[in-house]
Design a binder for this molecule. Structure first.
Ligand SMILES: NC(=O)c1ccc[n+]([C@@H]2O[C@H](COP(=O)([O-])OP(=O)(O)OC[C@H]3O[C@@H](n4cnc5c(N)ncnc54)[C@H](O)[C@@H]3O)[C@@H](O)[C@H]2O)c1
Ligand SMILES: [Zn+2]
Ligand SMILES: [Zn+2]
Length: 348
């Protein structure tokens, strides 16, 4: 098969590699599309070294069609359309024993810790596969994983009908949090990002989304003004490496300041710098800070909503390129970061 092998950091080669053997208890999937993630953009230049020794095949957001079913596998047949859940938890640690899988300290991901889906085929055990409706466009199947992150964040935060939300970051993660939230509440959603084009994508596709550019107005003031001074039920941080903006606190502290009494902050950004919070501001509200990591079985929830047409995957797709042009695709995203949300690679 052909695969996109990261031969050295910053250097993909599209080349022939052995097609994975379909071992007993595994399913061979013919990948149709895979999506480039922010994490891939860090793996590419070697930021994840030594976790990702090269050469290897990245790619953890992928969908495809079952090509072959190994011995002892039931419930799948050739032709089934499937999303691949890349998460491998250990099953033995205290977190796994309590079925709190995203908290597994030994958690591994296909395409990060092992070869992944930037290839024509992948062979995985059936518990990592989730069937979609046959009518779902192949492009959309590759977005199930990132949607899982958005749904998991909302489930961690307990978003429910009537809730008013604020989301810091209108990038890939912020957009899927917003889309997932819209399946749960019709309430106001404030979206905070200095990138106007990214705010616009959400506003063009959804009602009752209030864009806030923190370079133009103080986001906490704007949120208070639009909520009769009360603040929001839940504030999500989906920024990570935050751009410093004069006169505005870091996103996590802004989230805390935007809450109503008893509200919840849900932090997802994986920045390396501390994000100072004045705890008095949270304690006065008896607020909560929670975190959200990857997803935990939300693939089923996502696929239900995609099958039913409740999500807007096309709003996320900025560009589709052939798998063979992966090097060019990564360079494009690297050089014009803000222009692209999801770039899909076509492995058909
Ligand atoms: N917890 C998880 O499960 C999980 C999963 C995937 C990614 N992440 C992390 O989430 C973060 C976001 O990922 P992404 O792929 O959406 O990145 P992204 O670059 O697409 O989006 C980040 C956005 O934040 C905006 N931004 C920068 N500074 C800001 C500020 N001061 N205020 C408001 N907005 C600001 C940027 O303009 C950009 O649009 C990253 O740190 C990533 O590693 C977490
Ligand atoms: Zn990802
Ligand atoms: Zn574990």
């Amino acid at each position: 098969m052909k695969a996109a092998v990261l031969e050295a950091y910053n250097h993909f080669i599209w080349k022939d590699v052995p097609t994975p053997e379909v071992k007993e208890g595994e399913v061979l999937v013919r990948i149709q599309f895979a999506s480039i993630c922010g994490t891939d953009m860090h793996i590419f230049p070697g930021d994840f070294h030594p976790r990702t020794p090269v050469p290897f095949i990245p790619g953890h957001e992928m969908g495809g069609i079952v090509a072959e079913v190994g011995e002892g596998v039931s419930g799948f047949e050739p032709g089934d359309k499937v999303a691949v859940d890349p998460i491998i938890w250990c099953g033995e640690c205290p977190a796994c024993q309590r079925k709190h899988y995203p908290a597994c300290p030994r958690l591994k991901l296909l395409g990060v810790d092992l070869d992944g889906g930037f290839a024509e085929y992948i062979s995985v055990p059936p518990h990592m596969l989730f069937k979609t409706a046959p009518h779902l466009p192949d492009e959309h199947v590759a977005l199930v994983e990132i949607y899982g992150i958005g749904f998991h964040a909302n489930n961690r935060a307990g978003t429910k009908e009537g809730d008013t939300l604020a989301i810091w970051g209108a990038g890939r993660v912020g957009q899927v949090i917003l889309q997932a939230a819209r399946t749960k509440t019709k309430g106001k959603i404030f979206l905070v990002d200095p990138a106007e084009n990214r705010l616009q994508i959400a506003v063009n596709h959804y009602e009752n989304v209030i864009p806030v550019n923190p370079k133009k107005e103080n986001p906490v003031d704007a949120i208070r003004r639009h909520t009769e001074g009360n603040g929001v039920d839940i504030a999500f941080e989906a920024v990570g490496h935050a751009e410093e903006i004069a006169g505005v606190f870091n996103p996590v502290r802004c989230c805390v300041q935007s809450l109503r009494g008893g509200g919840r902050v849900c932090v997802l950004g994986l920045g390396d710098d501390p994000a100072p919070v004045v705890f008095k501001e949270l304690i006065w509200k008896e607020g909560h800070i929670i975190t959200s990591r990857v997803s935990d079985g939300e693939f089923t929830e996502v696929i239900g909503h995609l099958n039913a047409g409740n999500l807007k995957p096309d709003a996320l797709i900025s560009k589709v390129m052939p798998g063979s042009e992966i090097q060019k695709a990564f360079e494009l995203v690297q050089h014009e970061k803000e222009k692209y949300l999801k770039v899909l690679l076509d492995f058909r």
